[in-house]
Design a protein around this ligand. Structure first.
Ligand code: 5GP
Ligand code: ZN
Length: 115
């Protein structure tokens, strides 16, 4: 998977539509197409990286921190009473889109542990 046919890169480039909730220089947040909670936002880096491990080894600490800060901002704005941030890496975790994304889930009680 490269940047030209990655669906999340296409969302960053605005080549396919998404319901954006935030756009910063190096990160974009948009609603998940198939939400698992009343609020389900995906926070992604603007630059392509397949997963957290790749991004962590390529990006600066500043970029890495910005991504987490944007997830916190989206989560708190959606629900001051609590939210969850999830990152799936690899097949065992159920990753299905291979451009790093942080799931921000809120708006209902979230069971623990996840399945
Ligand atoms: P993963 O399973 O990789 O952790 O999560 C991928 C997420 O991307 C899923 O929750 C899925 O609903 C969402 N998704 C897949 N394709 C699209 C799309 O084209 N647009 C949006 N907004 N979300 C998508
Ligand atoms: Zn991508």
């Amino acid at each position: 998977m490269n940047e030209s046919d990655c669906i999340f890169c296409k969302i960053v480039r605005k080549e396919i539509p998404a319901r954006e909730v935030a756009r910063e220089a190096d990160a974009v947040a948009f609603s998940d197409l198939n939400p698992k909670a009343p609020t389900h936002v995906l926070v992604i880096p603007a630059r392509h990286a397949a997963n957290l491990g790749d991004f962590a080894s390529q990006a600066s600490p500043h970029e890495l921190g910005n991504l987490l800060a944007l997830a916190a901002k989206v989560g708190r704005e959606a629900s001051p009473s609590g939210y969850r941030v999830v990152i799936n890496e690899g097949l065992d975790a159920g990753q299905s889109v291979f451009h790093l994304h942080l799931h921000v889930l809120a708006g209902r009680a979230l069971a623990w542990p996840p399945g």
